[in-house]
Write a new protein. Structure first.
Length: 596
């Protein structure tokens, strides 16, 4: 679901902030901003009134009254200065709290179980989530705070000064020959006409800035992703001598950014003709509008300056849209990206819209059941040759598949990450199931936190950590248990895999689901793992998805993975299950129960 409407986008963001822990702080800050802006508006009214006696004193050359009015100005200006400082502090604090509430909400939704993975496989919406939660969220909260405070100031000043302007020009009449036309409050209508024409022209010229800003942010995110990717794989790139090729790829991404920026420059330049043109005319417009009353001897020179000041304030409030149009376009583009991302997080189950999904159930302890499993993918269905599999606790099963049959896809389906397809997976309830993907994951932090992950470090004793490391011949790491490092970079490939196996010693899960991890380790490490299976993990059930090993003696069952390119082709909109006859033919074979 894409959030296209402004109201729906704002509603989505409002609900996120309303449910956040910072809601009360935001309400207090909002109330403080209201109070300060109202007080500032009153101070500006007093300052505008000060114009008349001050300029009248100048016109009379009354030095004593001139000095007194300067003292009055000092008091008013001092109070307004304090209010401006208070408003700045409140505004900056509001940005901080808005970002805290929004980013925590986005991270919380993104890291719901299985959600980040499914979003990453949902197409363009799942690309560069870091950009949307970091840079886009920061930019959105800062622009929202600045624009919101500016709009509130403009509205309150407009309400305060429009009455002043109306009273100054309420008795104005315009003569054409012998006929006189009364135009009550004509300066108000002049301000409305002046600002209204500027707003309409600004919208007409600058309306394309919203999609142009959105395109720029998307291309910036692509460039940032490419830079991060190269930095993470710089070893392989350097060894292969691929710097020139990567530079070419970066050049393509940079060119896309520059094209988007050139379009944005063109739009901003065209808009500047309107905003700057009206801005320069504003220098004389207030005097021109108030001049008829002054030359009609209805106001003094001081009154003329007061009227001009009131007109400037009113038309500036009305021109808020014009003065901020480029910023508003930037804000709208950022709001679209963040709101669409948050909505996608809430709708991940609908992104593929597959007609059929694999049923993931919780069954009785001590039994792992796979029944008529077919996993949908863009290249067809991945499935097991056996219809029905029941694995008992303590039994070990090897699932063998050739390259391209979808071994990792099967791993994801059994883990509950990939729901698209058909059939049923019943996993053992109330028993810990540990997953070992091909690439071991070691989070940053203390080494004991890496071993305990995702459990709390306090769940295990020091002796348990020490024994787990020593069991995998990692006794050199025992003194480093309390050190914080990037362990995925500090350790060698072999050490990283052994740390993952040491985690199994520490946590002693009842079930293991392994994606080719055993195919990628050296023989000594594999030997230590087999010893674990005969000792600490002898009660654990295990499903290993990989290649045909030279020694199958550690497995109780061996089953095969196959690929059907014509069945269950997953597309963006649905899972194609049009090959029903072929499916029924394959499922006509007798179920094979591999339970011992």
């Amino acid at each position: 679901m894409t959030q296209d409407g402004l109201v729906s986008q704002l509603s989505l963001m409002f609900r996120a902030l309303w449910s956040s822990p910072v809601r009360n702080r935001l309400l207090l800050l909002g109330g403080g901003i209201w109070a300060v802006i109202i007080a500032t508006a009153y101070g500006q009214i007093r300052l505008n009134r000060w114009n008349q006696p001050f300029y009248d004193a100048l016109s009379r050359r009354d030095f004593k009254d001139f000095v007194w009015q300067l003292a009055v100005f000092g008091i008013i200006a001092g109070i307004l200065l304090a209010l401006n400082v208070a408003l700045r502090w409140l505004g900056e604090t509001l940005k901080l709290k808005l970002r805290e509430g929004l980013v925590k909400d986005l991270i919380g939704e993104w890291l719901q179980p299985r959600r980040a993975f499914r979003l990453a496989n949902a197409g363009p919406m799942g690309v560069n989530p870091d950009q949307r939660m970091h840079e886009d969220a920061r930019h959105l909260t800062e622009l929202s705070s600045d624009l919101g405070i500016g709009l509130l100031q403009a509205a309150i000043l407009l309400a305060a000064f429009i009455n002043v302007l109306w009273n100054i020009s309420q008795g104005f009449s315009l003569r054409f020959g012998a006929r006189e036309w009364m135009i009550p409050g004509y300066m108000v209508w002049a301000a409305v006409l002046y600002a209204g024409s500027a707003s309409l022209l600004s919208y007409w010229v600058g309306r394309s800035l919203v999609p142009r800003n959105a395109e720029r942010y998307a291309r910036e995110a692509d460039l940032r992703y490419s830079l991060v990717r190269i930095n993470e794989h710089i070893d392989s790139i350097s060894l292969a001598g691929g710097e020139a090729d990567e530079a070419r790829r970066l050049s393509v991404d940079l060119d896309a950014v520059l094209v988007a920026m050139r379009k944005l420059v063109t739009g901003l330049t065209n808009l500047t003709w309107i905003t700057a043109g009206y801005g320069w005319f504003t220098l004389v417009a207030p005097i021109l509008v108030a001049a008829p009353i002054y030359f009609d001897n209805r106001i003094t020179f001081g009154g003329l300056m007061m009227a001009a000041g009131a007109f400037t304030t009113v038309q500036s409030s009305l021109r808020w849209f014009v003065d901020n149009f480029s910023t508003i376009a930037d804000w709208r583009a950022t709001l679209l990206r963040v709101a669409s991302f948050r909505q996608a997080l809430l709708d991940t189950h609908e992104l593929h819209g597959a007609a059929n999904q694999i049923a993931i159930e919780t069954g009785e302890p001590g039994k792992f059941v796979i029944d008529r499993l077919e996993i949908a993918s863009p290249s067809g269905a991945t499935m097991l040759e056996e219809n029905h599999i029941e694995l008992q606790g303590g039994e070990r099963m090897l699932i063998v598949g050739e390259t391209g049959t979808g071994k990792t896809l099967l791993f994801r389906a059994l883990a509950g990450l990939w729901p698209w397809g058909a059939g049923r997976i019943r996993r053992p309830g109330e028993e810990r199931l540990q997953y070992l993907p091909r690439v071991p994951y070691l989070p940053p932090g203390e080494l004991r936190a890496v071993l305990a992950y995702p459990d709390a470090t306090g769940d295990y004793q020091d002796e348990q950590y020490r024994r787990a490391l020593e069991r995998m011949q990692l006794q050199d790491l025992v003194p480093l248990l309390d050190q914080t490092k990037r362990w995925d970079q500090e350790l060698s490939d072999e050490q990283r895999q052994r740390v993952v196996f040491a985690r199994l010693v520490l946590q002693t899960p009842r079930w293991l689901l392994i994606d080719e991890a055993l195919d990628l380790v050296d023989e000594p490490t594999l030997k230590h793992f087999r010893e674990l299976l005969d000792d600490e993990l002898k009660e654990a059930g295990m499903i290993h998805i990989g290649k045909q090993p030279a020694d199958e003696s550690i497995y109780h069952h061996v089953v095969h993975l196959v690929k059907d390119p014509d069945l269950h082709r997953l597309t963006r909109g649905h899972a194609d299950d049009g090959k029903g006859s072929k499916r029924r033919k394959r499922r006509g074979k007798e179920p094979a129960n591999v339970a011992g």
